[in-house]
Write a protein of this length. Structure first.
Length: 319
C-alpha cells in the first residue's frame, strides 16, 4: 500500500474516532452495569480484583511511591531531590532493576518495604469501601463471592474479613505451596506477593517489584500466579477496583485470555473496571475518559464511571 493510501486510511479512522467522541456521554454509576455485576455474583462468576487505590485511604502507599522512597533512602548520598529526579528521568522500573543488581539491595528490601508500607498506617475498621467488599463474602441469597485477587502486598482485606466475619476461614494465597493448600471459605490471591501488617517475613512469597520479577512471573505459564489470573480472566467476570489498567503485564494476561475462541466470538465473560471521570465540561477530560473507555473496550472491559471515589461502597452494596 502506498503512503498516500495509508494516510487517507489514518484520516478516516481518526474521523470515526472524532465522531464517537462527539456523541460520548458517560453514564455515571450505570445501573445496567451494576445489574450485570449483580447477576454475575448470583451465578458465582464474580471476582473482585484490587489495586493500590483501595489501600490509599488507610495511608498505605502505591508501588511507585514505595519504590521512590526506597530509591531515595538507598541513594541517600545523592540526596532526596537528586534521587527523585534520577528516578523520574530513568523510570522507576529501570531504576529498581539497577538497584536489584546490587548484592545488598535484596537483603534489605523486605525490611525497608515493610517499613515503607506501614509507617503511616493505623489499623481501623471504618473504611467504607473495604467493609463493602467484605460484605460481598456474606450475601444472604446463597451466592456470596468466594475469591478475590489483590495486586497489593498488604493484608487489609484479610484483616477486615477476620474482623467482620470471624466465622469464615480466610486463606491468603501467595505461593505455590499456599495455592495447593488453599482450603479456606474465602481465598485471597496475592499474585505480586504478600507482606502482612504484623509479619514481614514471608520467604516463600515472591515480591514482584522490579522488571526482572515481572518477567519471571509472567513468562512462566505454569506459575500459580499466572494460572490463577489466566483462569479468572478467561472464565470469570472481574470487577477491577483501584487499578489504572495501564500495567502492561496485566493487560498482556487479559489479552491472552481474549485469545480463547469463545471470547473472540462474543460468548466469553466481560469484565468491568470502575474508573473516575472529572469535570466533563473540560474538553481534555472528556477526551481522556473517551479514550479510556475505547481502550478498555478493546480488552472486553466495560467502564463503570464514577465522579467520586465515595461512590464505590454504594455500588458494591448493590451488587
Amino acid at each position: 500500500m502506498d503512503p498516500a493510501s495509508l494516510i487517507d486510511g489514518a484520516i478516516k479512522d481518526f474521523s470515526k474516532l472524532s465522531d464517537g467522541y462527539s456523541q460520548f456521554v458517560p453514564t455515571l454509576r450505570d445501573p445496567k452495569i451494576v445489574s450485570f455485576l449483580r447477576a454475575k455474583r448470583k451465578n458465582q462468576m464474580l471476582v473482585p480484583a484490587l489495586g493500590a487505590g483501595i489501600s490509599f485511604p488507610l495511608r498505605i502507599p502505591g508501588w511507585n511511591t514505595v519504590l521512590d522512597n526506597l530509591c531515595s533512602e538507598i541513594l541517600h548520598g545523592l540526596g532526596k531531590r537528586a534521587a527523585t529526579a534520577a528516578a523520574a528521568d530513568l523510570g522507576l522500573i529501570a531504576l529498581a532493576r539497577i538497584l536489584e543488581s546490587e548484592a545488598s539491595f535484596k537483603s534489605i528490601f523486605r525490611t525497608q518495604l515493610h517499613h515503607a508500607l506501614y509507617k503511616n498506617f493505623t489499623l481501623r475498621y471504618n473504611d467504607r469501601t473495604l467493609r463493602a467488599l467484605v460484605r460481598l463474602f456474606n450475601r444472604k441469597d446463597g451466592a456470596p463471592v468466594r475469591s478475590l485477587i489483590t495486586y497489593n502486598f498488604d493484608n487489609l482485606i484479610e484483616l477486615y474479613t477476620e474482623e467482620m466475619l470471624p466465622q469464615l476461614a480466610v486463606k491468603p494465597v501467595y505461593s505455590s505451596q499456599t495455592f495447593v493448600e488453599a482450603t479456606g471459605n474465602i481465598e485471597i490471591f496475592h499474585p505480586h506477593g504478600y507482606m502482612p501488617h504484623k509479619d514481614d517475613m514471608r520467604p516463600e512469597s515472591l515480591l514482584v517489584f522490579s522488571e526482572r520479577d515481572y518477567h519471571k512471573i509472567y513468562q512462566d505459564h505454569s506459575s500459580w500466579a499466572t494460572i490463577v489470573q489466566m483462569s479468572t480472566f478467561a472464565r470469570m467476570t472481574c470487577l477491577f477496583i483501584g487499578l489504572s489498567m495501564r500495567d502492561p503485564n496485566l493487560r498482556r494476561l487479559i489479552d491472552h485470555a481474549l485469545a480463547d475462541r469463545s471470547v473472540q466470538k462474543g460468548k466469553g465473560h466481560q469484565h468491568v473496571a470502575i474508573m473516575r471521570c472529572g469535570d466533563l465540561r473540560k474538553p481534555n477530560e472528556r477526551w481522556r475518559c473517551y479514550l479510556i473507555e475505547k481502550d478498555l473496550a478493546s480488552l472486553k472491559i466495560e467502564t463503570l464511571w464514577i465522579d467520586n471515589f465515595d461512590d464505590i461502597p454504594g455500588i458494591l452494596n448493590k451488587i
